[in-house]
Design a protein around this ligand. Structure first.
Ligand code: SF4
Length: 374
């Protein structure tokens, strides 16, 4: 799509149709891929798909079946592109990875035709939220140590000295059963207020971006320790890592924290926790279990799809931890969720013996000589 919207012949066709140019915006996690890697503006998460559909052509990932009807009402073209995905009443332009431009050019050409045929005034809300996004594992390395000393050491040091209490991954879908974006925003505010650095992926990241928490200025909402670190590095207290498939970036960061040292021998020992507070897609459950199996305490919200008090429930919520894995947790209340995650982080800090804040001691040359002599 990026190649197609930048193709001079298609830009010219758009201009001949009376447009200023071609505007590509992202939606859901596909949009986060392009935001993280290419800086393409993002139009909204899963819960915003219908509102955005009524304004013009968009790229949507998790598609509600009902979108075909909404698109029809507003004269917006909706396409499916994956061979496994067809929706009744929606045009299919198949994406072939060996000749992708056949599909993407056709979609852009359709958008140009649609522009020419617009009969009703288009109303696009002019609300923009700026933020810093695209925190890959490599970029976090660079951010903390520059290109000369790129390393997770400053992060580990600040966790050990207590400025950063721990790290929480807040990820996943937005869910129509709860007030839009509310659970994500309240949970993340509670966590950063308690000096927990938050990393994010998925539609959750857009909920938080809309609340303005992906800016370095949001450090004023963080607790004193986290605020100090954010101000020193110039980073936001909430780091956006990308789409829901980029959760692997979070586990790579956890592995790196272990490799650097000082925080245990496995991910299960780290003072970290994860949450998908408004999950709704089946793949969220798979990703959650991937985190639990990797050693992370993972809390889900809204509903949990198994019966309480069964053997299986006990295994997921208690048994797995005893076997050296993470474990599952559940609550639909964001404040309770924050409490559960912070309690787990504190439990891990205690087990590591770093539960009391330690001030960094600057060692002078004279002190050093004395230590060596001793
Ligand atoms: S976070 Fe959930 S709703 Fe959003 S794109 Fe990913 S799977 Fe879909």
């Amino acid at each position: 799509m990026l190649d197609s919207v930048n193709d001079p012949s298609l830009i010219q066709a758009a201009q001949e149709a009376g447009a200023k140019g071609i505007n590509l915006v992202g939606m859901c996690c596909s949009g986060l891929e392009t935001l993280s890697r290419h800086g393409i503006p993002h139009a909204g998460n899963f819960m915003s798909t219908e509102s955005i559909m009524v304004t013009g052509a968009v790229d949507v990932q998790c598609i509600k079946q009902g979108l075909a009807k909404v698109a029809d009402c507003y004269g917006t073209k909706l396409f499916t592109t994956n061979s496994r995905c067809h929706i009744e009443g929606v045009e299919h332009v198949e994406f072939n990875e060996h000749s992708p431009r056949e599909c993407t050019d056709a979609i852009v050409e359709n958008a140009i035709i649609r522009f020419k045929n617009r009969k009703m005034p288009i109303e696009i809300p002019q609300i923009k939220n700026m933020g810093v996004h695209g925190f890959s594992h490599e970029y976090i390395n660079y951010m903390l140590g520059g290109s000369f000393r790129s390393s997770y050491t400053p992060l580990n040091d600040n966790i050990i000295n207590g400025r950063i209490r721990g790290v929480a991954g807040v990820v996943g879908c937005t869910n129509p059963r709860v007030k839009q974006d509310w659970v994500h925003v309240e949970l993340v505010k509670e966590l950063i207020k308690n000096d927990v650095l938050v990393v994010q992926t998925g539609c959750s990241q857009i909920a938080i971006a809309k609340a303005g928490l992906h800016t370095p200025e949001a450090a004023h909402l963080a607790g004193p320790g986290l605020k100090e670190v954010c101000e020193a590095v110039g980073m936001p207290p909430v780091l956006g890592c990308g789409a829901c498939v980029d959760n692997s970036r979070i586990l790579t960061a956890c592995s790196e924290m272990i490799r650097i040292g000082g925080l245990g021998e496995s991910i299960a020992e780290l003072p970290v926790a994860g949450a998908a507070p408004e999950w709704m897609s089946e793949k969220a459950i798979c990703i959650g279990q991937y985190f639990v199996a990797s050693g992370v305490y993972t809390v889900f919200g809204v509903t949990f799809p198994i019966v309480e008090e069964t053997k299986f429930h006990k295994l997921l919520f208690e048994g797995l931890e005893g076997m050296g894995f993470g474990k599952w947790g559940f609550t639909s209340d964001p404040y309770e969720m924050a409490k559960m995650m912070i309690a787990h982080i504190d439990k891990k800090r205690k087990a590591l013996g770093i539960d009391k804040a330690r001030e960094r001691v600057l060692v002078s040359m004279a002190d050093r000589r004395e230590m060596e002599a001793a």
